[in-house]
Design a protein. Structure first.
Length: 180
């Protein structure tokens, strides 16, 4: 069982700009049309857990729903899922440890955790086992940060780096509880 973050961030650590937009992600040149390993990553996971804001953003992109795996949206206020997502998106609420436990009991062992606040909340409860962070060499100067405050430090071991398209750097880290 693993809770895994797979996300892109600006060089200064933001996942969205000052206007809560992610358009800057699409400015990266990609002549081969690569997904930079995202499809392989999606093969590893059983389901996604994302916050309401991230769900709203993904839904606003229009077009086909981008995920073939079940998506569990954390929300205490949302009472129903829009009709077009009925068999794809499911609402969950409660304490994160309980939510993860319920999903694991349902057979969803490896979870893709997405969304700034959601990732920060999972980290605050030490519920992230692995992070794959792709850094885009753009300085946004503000926006939604990937990381927030923690009660205590969390150590991660760096497993690998990969340069993508000659411009991006994808780093993979795993949580270690006994030092590096």
């Amino acid at each position: 069982m693993a809770n895994i973050v797979y996300i892109a961030t600006s060089l200064d650590g933001y996942i969205a700009d000052k206007n809560n937009q992610v358009d800057w992600l699409h400015e990266v040149p990609n002549p081969e049309g690569s997904d930079f390993g995202f499809a392989d990553f999606m093969e590893r996971v059983d389901a996604l857990v994302m916050g309401r804001n991230t769900f709203d953003m993904v839904a606003s992109f229009g077009g086909d729903w981008p995920y073939s795996k079940p998506v569990f949206v954390l929300s205490n206020k949302m009472t129903s899922v829009p009709e077009q997502y009925q068999d794809k998106v499911f609402l969950v609420k409660g304490e994160l440890k309980e939510v993860v436990s319920r999903l694991n009991e349902q057979g969803y062992q490896d979870l893709y955790i997405d969304g700034g606040v959601t990732i920060q909340n999972f980290l605050a409860q030490d519920l992230i086992d692995e992070m794959i962070i792709t850094t885009i060499p753009t300085l946004l100067g503000g926006g939604i940060p990937l990381f927030g405050e923690l009660q205590s430090s969390l150590k991660f071991k760096h497993l690998e780096s990969e340069q993508c398209a000659g411009i991006l750097v994808k780093n993979r880290f795993v949580r270690t509880r006994d030092g590096w």
